[in-house]
Design a binder for this molecule. Structure first.
Ligand code: MEV
Length: 427
């Protein structure tokens, strides 16, 4: 029933869009009021968030529609400066919803902390000592952050890695502690724990701690989304569904074997992932760094997603990446727009948020590959880019639409043409 509120959503004015969200029961009257006010971050709060604050840097927040994830419908807030990202995500999600939507699988939410020890005089002795005192090390870590333990989380696993000396680096004995971070992203929890155990580790190993810090390579907090699309949903212009499926599979293979392509392929995935990470007040640099490290886990940088042909001929897609996003903590609790995003999404916890984000990444990737192997990316992209060009040329108000419409008809869609069109309106 929600569909009727959202039909031709992109054609509605901003006021009509927010009204549709209100009528559909997605947002409250208070949220409607919130959306009408700008800026959302008051200056005092902004001044507390960072140092040397001068002003605020605004980015648009929009919504992607049609997401069906683990049998639940979502309207997804996305913050991005790039035209066509939200349109592409919505259109891919609409198609995939017809094919039962996305299914997700998540590992437990554990973060890894590292203490790097150098100058360890006897590595075998040190490893014996560490193994012998595992429980004491974990206890020290947990004692440093009792509140996470009280809530059912905390450190529960140790790993020791001996990284051999090279021509460019000394030997490192690295102690990893795995920590259940529950609803938080966990950086502060883990960093506190690692600093708390570092002196004890020095005593046990007779080495020197170089540093104690969380690893953003969150291999113990992975999210996977899959989808399976029948070929009859893949027909596109003159392309038959089977052909589109096979071309998408080849595009996926190309990104698997070629790092140049894999980088762009993964950038497209991160267009979606980052936009939701940012909208929900999370640390997008952490997610970016972890995702790209994961893409290189085989020793070669590869695509994060894979598209294959299912036994029955459907197109099957999957995406796995580390997704240590938080539901509480950091700027999430204090940034009013991040709070709004949580209300809009109506996710109940960090795991559910992970499921939505990884699905958006897969949707974004599907949309990009489908366009790339059929009509090309510029047709849709530049269509939406026309408005930005019109604004860059100096158009304002109703002239933006006017210039953009003329621009789309032109052979050379660029700033020069936009300026010429604008000058022809105001000779
Ligand atoms: C543009 O922001 C993203 C794409 O380049 C992704 C891709 O090539 O897969 C379209």
């Amino acid at each position: 029933m929600m569909h009727s509120y959202f039909s031709e959503f992109y054609k509605k004015s901003k006021a009509e869009r927010t009204k549709a969200l209100l009528d559909a029961g997605v947002i409250s009257k208070e949220d409607l009021l919130f959306l009408s006010k700008n800026p959302h971050l008051n200056d005092q709060l902004a001044d507390h968030m960072i140092e040397n604050q001068l002003t605020q840097y605004a980015l648009p927040l929009g919504v992607a529609l049609n997401f069906l994830v683990d049998d639940k419908n979502y309207i997804v807030p996305m913050v991005t400066e790039e035209p066509s990202v939200i349109a592409a995500a919505s259109s891919a999600a609409k198609l995939i919803a017809k094919a039962n939507g996305f299914k997700t699988h998540l590992t437990q939410r554990k973060m890894i902390g590292q203490v790097a020890l150098k100058n360890v005089p006897d590595v075998s002795f040190a490893l014996r000592e560490l193994n012998l005192h595992k429980d004491a090390i974990l206890k020290k870590a947990n004692d440093a952050h009792p509140s996470i333990v009280k809530r059912g989380g905390g450190a529960d696993e140790l790993e020791f890695r001996s990284i051999l000396e090279t021509d460019h680096s000394p030997h490192f004995l690295v102690v990893h502690i795995h920590v259940h971070v529950l609803e938080a992203m966990g950086a502060n929890i883990v960093n506190t724990m690692m600093e708390a155990v570092s002196f004890y580790l020095e005593t046990l190993t007779k080495g020197t701690a170089l540093m104690s810090i969380l690893s953003n390579y969150a291999t113990e907090c992975l999210a996977t989304a899959t989808c399976q699309i029948p070929v009859d949903l893949l027909d596109r212009g003159s392309y038959k569904g089977e052909e589109v499926r096979d071309l998408i599979i080849e595009a996926s293979q190309f990104a698997y074997v070629d790092p140049y392509r894999a980088t762009t392929h993964n950038k497209g995935i991160m267009n979606g992932v980052d936009a939701v990470v940012l909208a929900t007040g999370n640390d997008w640099r952490a997610i970016e760094a972890g995702a790209h490290a994961y893409a290189a886990k085989s020793g070669q940088y590869r695509s994060l997603s894979h598209w294959v042909k299912a036994g029955n001929g459907d197109l099957k897609g999957s995406l796995t990446l580390p997704l240590p996003v938080g539901y509480v903590g950091g700027s999430i609790g204090i940034h009013p727009t991040a709070q709004f995003s949580q209300r809009l999404l109506s996710v109940k916890n960090a795991k559910e948020l992970e499921s939505v984000i990884v699905s958006v990444g897969l949707a974004q990737n599907f949309a990009a590959l489908r366009a790339l192997v059929t009509e090309g990316i510029q047709k849709g992209h530049m269509g939406l880019h026309a408005k930005s060009l019109a604004i860059s040329a100096g158009a304002s108000g109703s002239d933006i639409e006017l210039v953009a419409t003329e621009l789309k008809k032109s052979t050379h869609m660029n700033l020069e043409t936009a300026s010429k069109i604008l000058s022809s309106i105001y000779p």
